[in-house]
Design a protein around this ligand. Structure first.
Ligand code: SF4
Length: 516
């Protein structure tokens, strides 16, 4: 029997005591689990589903802790991010939620729930499971799947149950309470034409000699050993290797490797500079220097060999990256930290999983003032996600930039686009969910920060759309009910006019902006 708790449909009784919180989800499941245990019934698996990966991860962690303290044993867990949506956003949200837990050894079965045909869910699950193939050993069969579990007494410098952002000082536009920055990896591109910045959010209009800056415009561009041959827009900063900076000191910010920093730290002491760190390179000498450096932005990498899926033993890169951030806290180093994740994977799907898990999972625990994604695949253009083309990308730089902003959006650390919460559809679905989602997305994808739920039925839809600002819910054949938050505002709207009515609703509530 599965005892499943859904963040969006907790009982009034639980809501009045705990609110729609991770603890409320855990208490809801524990009530039923206690009843089953009193009856000596143990054939149980539990799930804690939410469309918000942070809520989902905290709920499972709390549940494990609760079972360990109350029973001294743990029942198996089924993991999934519900109403994750479609395309790369659905995959990123799912990977952040599911893999953050699997990486810590929590979870026994998984479902990736996408607003797509069901056959597109399975390959994503397989990619996720393959990532952990080297970490798992088959358990001997028993009557039931309970496992003894003790609470670890190991002290950690962060709270796994309540996300609190690590307190970093500000260095320029990075750190303190500012949104995490995005560094665009462009060191493999010879930048000679302003149009080459379009994939990372900057479009140059030659006629007016002006730059148009998109909502997903990178904050920094890393160009390695070269500098562009054209003038950059004022809102983006250039980062180069230390040796390149020595030739172009007025143009770029230096990025120093640990050895370069320990030797040359005085040369960069009075200017903003980036310093690469891993657990292995964080020596006593480097730690002492960083503690007294008010101008350093740290670039943290896990420092392990990049996972290739099934080709090597599992090394828990998320734990290594999070552990490195925790070490900084323990040493009192409060410089901002940019999370740098490199993927060696050969498919877009697997790259998304690596980026989402390692950067997204670390952000979920409050670590990270920026994100920098690199890959070893030069040509992502026109590749497909699990058989369907989702990424409207023209090149690898755009893929990495879009993925970085999507990870920040999924972890709710930086909102740069509309958020869609859409159910996977089932036998109850009362309209073509994929077609409608695409229609609503086309009309509303410029509404930065607005959360829109698209749910197939009135039975479960309203309860499961949790924290959406507006809801579009099937209420009968050809009929739609529109919601503002949890409140019904328009009933039984004909599906032919429902998208236009949704737009009207957005306008009435000042959530709409015209496209210029
Ligand atoms: S149609 Fe209803 S029951 Fe089916 S997946 Fe969507 S919200 Fe859930």
């Amino acid at each position: 029997m599965r005892i499943g708790t859904n963040h969006g449909s907790l009982s009034d009784r639980i809501m009045s005591r705990f609110g729609d919180s991770p603890m409320g989800m855990v208490e809801s499941a524990m009530e039923f689990l206690r009843i089953a245990r009193d009856e000596q019934y143990h054939q149980i698996i539990l799930s804690m589903k939410s469309s918000n990966p942070l809520v989902m991860v905290q709920a499972y962690r709390l549940l494990v802790q609760k079972m360990a303290t109350e029973f001294g044993e743990c029942y198996p867990l089924h993991l999934g991010v519900t109403e994750a949506g479609d395309g790369e956003d659905g995959r990123i949200k799912s990977a952040i939620g599911i893999c953050s837990l699997l990486e810590d050894g929590i979870g026994d079965t998984i479902r990736v729930s996408l607003t797509e045909d069901p056959e597109f869910e399975v390959p994503v699950c397989k990619d996720i499971v393959a990532r952990y193939a080297g970490a798992c050993q088959l358990q001997p069969a028993t009557d039931d799947a309970r496992r003894p579990l003790e609470i670890s007494t190991e002290k950690i410098s962060w709270d796994p149950f309540h996300c609190q952002r690590r307190q970093a000082v500000a260095v320029g536009n990075t750190g303190a309470a500012q949104v995490p920055v995005v560094i665009a990896a462009m060191s493999k591109i010879n930048l000679t034409d302003a149009a080459q910045l379009q994939p990372v959010g900057y479009s140059y209009d030659a006629a007016s000699d002006k730059w148009n800056i998109g909502d997903m415009a990178a904050d920094y561009i890393y160009t390695g050993d070269t500098v562009p041959t054209f003038a950059l827009p004022g809102t983006v900063q250039l980062v180069s290797s230390y040796s390149c900076w020595q030739q172009h000191k007025k143009q770029t910010i230096p990025y120093l490797q640990p050895g370069e920093y320990t030797t040359n730290h005085q040369e960069v002491a009075n200017i903003t500079h980036f310093v690469g760190i891993t657990s292995q390179s964080l020596t006593t000498e480097l730690t002492a220097l960083l503690k007294n450096d008010a101008n350093a932005i740290l670039v943290a990498e896990h420092g392990l060999p990049a996972l290739q899926h099934q080709e090597q033993p599992f090394t828990a890169p998320l734990q290594a990256l999070r552990g490195l951030c925790g070490t900084l806290v323990a040493h009192g180093i409060n410089n901002p930290v940019v999370l740098k994740v490199t993927s060696n994977n050969t498919t877009v799907d697997k790259q998304l999983i690596t980026f989402a898990t390692e950067a997204g999972g670390t952000l979920l625990d409050g670590f990270g003032d920026g994100i920098w994604l690199e890959n070893h695949e030069a040509d992502i253009a026109n590749t497909q996600i699990t058989g369907r083309t989702y990424l409207p990308v023209s090149n690898n730089a755009q893929f990495l930039n879009n993925t970085a902003f999507s990870i920040l959006q999924a972890t709710r650390t930086r909102i740069s686009k509309t958020e869609y919460i859409s159910c996977p559809s089932c036998g109850r679905t009362l309209f073509d969910l994929q077609e409608t989602t695409a229609k609503i997305r086309a009309a509303t994808n410029h509404l930065k920060g607005v959360k829109i739920a698209i749910m197939g039925c009135i039975v479960n839809g309203p309860g499961e759309m949790a924290d959406a600002d507006f809801g579009y819910v099937g209420s009968g054949p050809g009929k739609i009910t529109l919601y503002k938050g949890k409140e019904v505002v328009k009933k039984n709207v004909a599906s032919e006019t429902a998208v236009a009515e949704l737009i009207e609703l957005l306008k009435e509530n000042e959530a709409w902006v015209d496209i210029n």
